[in-house]
Write a protein that binds this ligand. Structure first.
Ligand code: NAP
Length: 319
């Protein structure tokens, strides 16, 4: 199969992949080894969520663990070695009711015969005015990106899932005290992550508490949080110099609204166990279609499936 179905149009590709987390890069690896020379648009967070992770200890093949950004760099190099074309551009609009499909980025318009959507998911926020006002001024949704700025400071982490446990544990490397604020008195996190956090002497706990306001200013940063007890309604002020949100993620599917079938939370629906979406020739892989597992290795696995599905679908079209 040639690189482009229309040799006159350098902006046409048999296969275009949106997103370069483990799903997109694994899809790119398989598709490029199938001689499809896919074009991959990186989006505004090249490498996806792995780039804001430190030690990845559960990706097979790295018994000592590997840093998230390094893992992504290796995946990208591996895909490029077989002819994948990677561009640092963000897809801002797609047209899926015409063939070839059109993908409009912040730099160019591309057409493609098949499309893999692997745009991942992004951290959720609480939606408080003080939270957005102080974002970047003491409030963060990424401990691995910003933890270093809170050296010897006291910080609060919101959430009770694996992300909250991971971020709280990570922050104890820098901070003098980390307090996990959770709205219930039972953690959602996996046993191993809970145990690690519960054993950590630098981590304190505030159970049955909901954040209602972040206290501080852009000039002076955060000096505390206002919490409300979810059982009694009582409000208290808790001192801290930093706040980290770790309350889950939202799939990055805005560009596909009204075009591809999604569930209520915005995750793309696929014809499971395949990666086919409701539009023929459009496939989805990784966290954008997976509210359940959300692991680098499962994302990579579904990226592989999407590339194989796309390759077979393209072959069937040619036949
Ligand atoms: P999650 O499992 O959905 O947990 C979100 C947490 O935030 C829950 O404890 C939830 O409280 C709380 N929360 C949600 N909305 C809130 C709100 N408005 N106010 C206060 N609290 C709120 O999300 P996650 O921790 O990001 O994990 C998602 C998936 O990724 C999981 O499958 C997890 O296993 C996986 N993950 C794995 C690792 C790892 O293995 N290294 C690391 C990170 C994530 P409730 O419990 O009351 O609902």
């Amino acid at each position: 199969m040639s690189q482009t179905s229309n040799g006159d149009s350098p902006n046409h590709h048999h296969l275009l992949i949106i997103g370069t987390g483990p799903a997109g890069l694994t899809a790119a690896l398989y598709a490029s080894r199938a001689n499809l020379a896919p074009l991959i648009l990186e989006g505004n967070q090249p490498g996806g969520q792995l780039t804001i992770t430190t030690d990845v200890e559960n990706y097979p093949g790295f018994p000592e663990g590997i840093m998230g950004p390094e893992l992504v760099d290796k995946m990208r190099e591996q895909a490029k070695r077989f002819g994948a074309i990677v561009k640092f551009e963000e897809a801002t609009q797609v047209v899926l009711d015409e063939k070839p499909f059109r993908v409009i980025s912040d730099e160019a318009t591309y057409t493609c015969d098949a499309l893999i959507v692997s745009t991942g998911a992004t951290a959720k926020l609480l939606g408080l005015e003080s939270e957005s006002h102080l974002m970047g001024y003491g409030v963060s949704a990424c401990a691995t990106c910003d933890g270093f700025f809170f050296k010897d400071k006291e910080v609060v982490v919101i959430g009770g899932g694996d992300s909250a446990m991971e971020e709280a544990t990570y922050l104890t490397r820098f901070c003098s005290k980390v307090t996990v604020v959770h709205r219930r008195e039972e953690l959602r996190a996996s046993k191993i992550m809970q145990d690690r956090a519960l054993k950590n002497e630098k981590i304190a706990w505030q159970w049955n508490q909901q954040l209602v306001e972040v206290l501080g200013s852009r000039e002076k940063g955060v000096h505390g949080v206002k919490l409300q007890n979810t059982q009694t309604g009582e409000e208290t002020t808790y001192p801290c110099q930093g706040l980290f949100l770790a309350i889950g993620h939202k799939p990055n599917t805005e560009v596909f609204e009204g075009l591809l079938d999604m569930d209520d939370a915005g995750y793309l629906k696929v014809d499971s166990p395949s990666t086919h979406t409701n539009v023929e020739g459009v496939f989805a892989a990784g966290d954008v279609m997976d509210p359940t597992y959300r692991q680098a290795v499962t994302a990579a696995g579904s990226g592989c499936q999407a590339a194989i599905d796309a390759e077979r679908w393209l072959e069937a079209q040619e036949a």
